[in-house]
Design a protein around this ligand. Structure first.
Ligand code: SAM
Length: 324
């Protein structure tokens, strides 16, 4: 992302207000005010917050143009209600914000990583339930148009596809879209994610969708064969050697003519790829953002042919290749 001619003072002010909005959203303030306009006293009582802290926070949100007032009560502006207050609104943007806040916190510790050369948490512990909840909520907030485009492009490459394996499928938002198009879907993710998403996102109620708890690096993949194997936002978590091994493994469970599809921010193509590389530097031992050329090369090394790249939106791409 380029800062172009925005002054550093302006950038700092925008960062201040963006972080405030995300933190207030994480604290539940917008959703509470969407349910009912409230005075600082009423809101602090409803959410179990300190009254003075609530009042000062509401005044800051009012100053930023997110809240208005009816008498003593604060109300959401129309835009704030749509984007931050109403979780059922199509424009609701609140789901990804808690995860984004964690990324901001990590970025403020860049110096530690620069000095040490490794991630902030060198020995990652098992993910806590709160982290799993926040992370899967952020993933499930992906815009519908992008998900539909992933499915459409995979089906364009393999029009008669009947089966899909979604590796690192998270909450299953993409797998279930394939299923809605008539395919049988297998969602594979780590046990902590699968245990959470199956009941939370109603995966067990969807006919034609199976969830498998496994580590795709260590465990055998479901035998398939699958007409589509998808890796969406997964490749950047690992180093090049692991990705090459994973492509080879995925290629072995593809049916002849089947498609391996990799959706990612691509270095050299996306204005957010370098930032993703930085986030991986902060949070993972081996992750990075990769270029189109690297991904195409690794697909060919896995024996796949006819590789091609398509845009998903202005920032993301999908690289596909076929098993001969
Ligand atoms: C950034 S999320 C992407 C989720 C989804 N594919 C999407 O595009 O929104 C990466 C997912 O890969 C899963 N994952 C990472 N390493 C894995 C592994 N070794 N085995 C299985 N799943 C893995 C994570 O648990 C997470 O759900």
């Amino acid at each position: 992302m380029r800062i172009d001619d925005l002054s550093l003072g302006r950038l700092r002010d925008l960062a201040d207000v963006t972080i405030l909005v995300a933190a207030a959203s994480d604290a539940g303030i917008f959703q509470a005010l969407h349910r009912a306009p409230a005075s600082p006293t009423e809101l602090s009582e409803a959410l179990g917050f300190d009254e003075r802290a609530t009042r000062i926070t509401l005044l800051a949100l009012e100053e930023a143009g997110l809240l208005g007032r009816h008498g003593e009560r604060f109300v959401l502006t129309e835009r704030c209600a749509r984007e931050l207050g109403d979780p059922d609104a199509p424009d609701f943007a609140g789901r990804g914000l808690p995860h984004w806040l964690r990324s901001v916190r990590a970025t403020t510790r860049l110096r530690e990583v620069l000095e040490r050369g490794g991630p902030l948490d060198p020995r990652p512990r098992a993910r806590r339930p709160e982290h799993v909840r926040r992370f899967t909520a952020a993933m499930s907030a992906a815009p519908r148009a992008r998900i539909e485009r992933i499915v459409d492009l995979c089906l364009e490459r393999r029009p008669d596809a009947e089966t899909v394996l979604d590796l690192g499928g998270g909450p299953g938002h993409i797998t279930r879209t394939f299923v809605a198009h008539g395919l049988r879907g297998t969602l594979l993710d780590t046990a902590d994610i699968v245990t959470h998403v199956v009941p939370t996102y109603g995966i067990d109620e969807i006919e034609g969708l199976e969830a498998v708890a496994a580590d795709f690096n260590r465990d055998p993949l479901p035998a398939g064969p699958f007409d589509v194997v998808l890796l969406s936002n997964v490749v950047h978590i690992y180093d090049a050697a692991s990705v090459r091994a994973l492509f080879a493994k995925a290629a072995r469970v593809l049916s002849p003519g089947g498609v391996l599809a990799v959706a990612e921010f691509l270095r050299g193509r996306s204005s957010r790829a370098a930032h993703l590389g930085l986030q991986m530097l902060l949070k993972s031992a081996r992750g990075d953002a990769y270029s189109e050329a690297e991904i195409r090369q690794w697909m060919r090394e896995a024996g796949l042919v006819d590789d091609r790249v398509d845009a998903l939106d202005e920032d993301r791409h999908i690289v596909t290749a076929l098993r001969p």
